[in-house]
Design a protein around this ligand. Structure first.
Ligand SMILES: Nc1ncnc2c1ncn2[C@@H]1O[C@H](COP(=O)(O)OP(=O)(O)OP(=O)(O)O)[C@@H](O)[C@H]1O
Length: 542
């Protein structure tokens, strides 16, 4: 043992468990009167937000909520869900933010599997929650969110308690609980269920702290920015931004529903500088009617993740004045953990080339120790040739604690000391990672691997196309062939032949879609295209 290890121990002065809750406390001390949360007719300062969170935590404590209990919330991006990111862990409990677009069966599954003690819920969900609760055995106390800024006359009451009056039963001097150990759970979030049953992903205070701070450097976020809450806070805790934004004493502008016209109005009114959104949201922005797109007065920084963005989207967004950075991640990694970090050497490249580069998922985030494409059999990195496919493996402090009550799945997901993402990718010579497909989506035709994303990218460049998804179609001769599903822009018709001929200009013959089906694409609540539904459709058709 060296002298560096003796008599130099951890103590309360030099070691405090990391927790993002302290960001709110600090900001309230320094900037108590700065505007913090804005939503329709409501506006709270950082001091008010802090007090409201402490009072709510105290009220939960009085209700009997204890350290390690689960408190669920199903809400739009209104102030209540932002506050819940502080108030629930302030009583030592774990926030379980539920996806607002789920069906009653999945909600029952989540409420039961998570052992929820309390459910905070917007009254707009009265119908789906009533149905969901029929199949839930655990006793759950319901607290209604009664949004005074919308017409709630047709919404039934769900619970016996109401958010504001419940909050007022709390004590603003309550001594809220900091975690004794940074490994304690702070959040339980269920995956999108794109590939099957949702899995309960557990975050700890340490990871949430690191993720929240990592985003600041990765995205070059300044203090006091104006942030529009577009990414639902139920999705990976809004990519951990509720915690980042308190640290930066940002002005947080809440948005109940994704409505492009409203987004442009809020961007204008509050001088929004930053927001995040899935590619599907960017698609809605660029394809919105011209009268809904208000000209931007200044550059707005946008982060996109959740599904592969077609390369053309970057150019279309830029034309409107947005600067988009592409990031990648999973619920299991607190949201994004790869970023397409821009290199000035690329400034002089042609537009198309720049778009292609921006569509790469990129390199690891600050505070991520490893992100490598490996052969899952040998666990050796694939060559950096932009061709050899492997699986993205991740290691570091922003990998989840594990799956709630599922040791087997947890162990499997981290076998060999790396988290297995399930995403197939290549590494380019400069070290940038580019996803080819999810392992379940890759198309194998005549023994060749075909990336469905590559074909989708090619189709998306067609001027009539709004969205495209490609899945495998069983084929006697080739095993599988690509089948494209296409959503067209309103009043811009196209035919199957036109789409295939258009792809022929950029894709090799064996990658061309053999059939094109025009329809509305089924999407998950997080805006991902449900390819398993499309595969079902293909099966029915063949
Ligand atoms: N920038 C991106 N480019 C391509 N794919 C992405 C990107 N960001 C996220 N993804 C996809 O989203 C996945 C993570 O999504 P999420 O954690 O929401 O749940 P899910 O994997 O869709 O659901 P489930 O695990 O229940 O099937 C990644 O594994 C990847 O396939």
């Amino acid at each position: 043992m060296s002298h560096y290890d003796t008599n130099l121990d951890k103590n309360e002065a030099n070691y405090v468990p990391l927790s993002p809750l302290t960001f709110l406390e600090r900001t309230k001390d320094i900037y108590p009167n700065y505007e913090a949360l804005v939503y329709e007719s409501r506006s709270y300062t950082w001091e008010e937000v802090y007090k409201r969170c402490v009072k709510f935590a105290s009220a939960l404590d009085k209700l009997g909520v204890k350290t390690g209990d689960t408190v669920s919330i199903m809400a739009f991006n209104t102030p209540e869900i932002f506050e819940a990111h502080y108030s629930i862990p302030m009583v030592g409990a774990v926030i379980n933010a539920i996806n607002t677009r789920l069906d009653p069966n999945t909600i029952s599954y989540i409420l039961q599997h998570s052992d929820a003690k309390v459910l905070i819920v917007d009254r707009q969900f009265h119908d789906v929650i009533e149905k969901a609760l029929k199949n839930v055995k655990n006793k759950i106390t319901i607290i209604d969110i009664d949004d005074q800024d919308i017409d709630t006359s047709s919404f039934k009451r769900i619970g016996e308690l109401e958010y504001e009056s419940f909050l007022n039963t709390g004590n603003e001097n309550y001594e809220w609980k900091k975690p004794k150990d940074e490994w304690e759970a702070i959040s339980l979030g269920y995956t999108s269920g794109t590939t099957g049953n949702p899995k309960g992903v557990v975050y700890h205070h340490r990871g949430s702290y690191l993720m929240a701070t990592g985003s600041v450097t990765a995205w070059n976020m300044p203090n006091k920015l104006n942030f529009l809450c577009v990414v639902p806070m139920f999705h990976c805790n809004g990519w951990c931004y509720p915690w980042t934004l308190a640290m930066l004493h940002a002005r947080v502008i809440c948005l109940r529903n994704i409505d492009v016209k409203k987004m442009f109005e809020l961007i204008d009114k509050y001088e929004v500088t930053h927001f995040g959104g899935a590619p599907i949201v960017l698609n809605m922005i660029v394809n919105a009617p011209k009268e809904d797109q208000k000209a931007l007065k200044r550059k707005v920084n946008v982060l996109t993740a959740g599904a592969p963005p077609p390369s053309i989207i970057f150019e279309k967004m830029e034309n409107l004045g947005f600067e988009v950075m592409h990031v990648y991640g999973l619920t299991e990694t607190y949201g994004h953990m790869l970023q397409c970090a821009w290199n000035d050497d690329w400034n002089s490249l042609e537009k198309d080339k720049k778009n292609e580069i921006k569509a790469r998922q990129g390199v690891r985030y600050p505070n991520t120790e490893g992100a490598i494409v490996m052969d899952p059999e040998t666990m050796k990195p694939v060559p950096k040739d932009g061709k050899t496919m492997g699986e993205i493996m991740i290691r570091g402090n922003i990998v989840m604690k594990g799956y709630y009550k599922d040791k087997e799945a947890t162990d499997k997901s981290m076998a060999g000391g790396w988290f297995h993402s399930g995403d197939l990718a290549v590494t380019h010579p400069d070290g940038y990672i580019k996803i080819q497909d999810r392992s379940k989506d890759i198309i194998i035709s005549g023994g060749e691997n075909i990336s469905s994303i590559e074909i989708e990218n090619a189709i998306a460049k067609h001027p009539s196309v709004s969205l495209a998804a490609v899945v495998a179609k069983p084929d006697e001769k080739w095993g599988e062939t690509p089948c494209a599903f296409v959503e067209l822009i309103k009043d811009k018709p196209a035919t199957e032949k036109e789409i295939i001929d258009f792809c022929r200009e950029t894709l090799a013959g064996f990658k061309l879609p053999k059939s094109v089906i025009f329809c509305d694409l089924p999407k998950t609540s997080t805006g991902k295209i449900q390819k398993f539904e499309l595969r079902k459709k293909v099966k029915e058709l063949s």
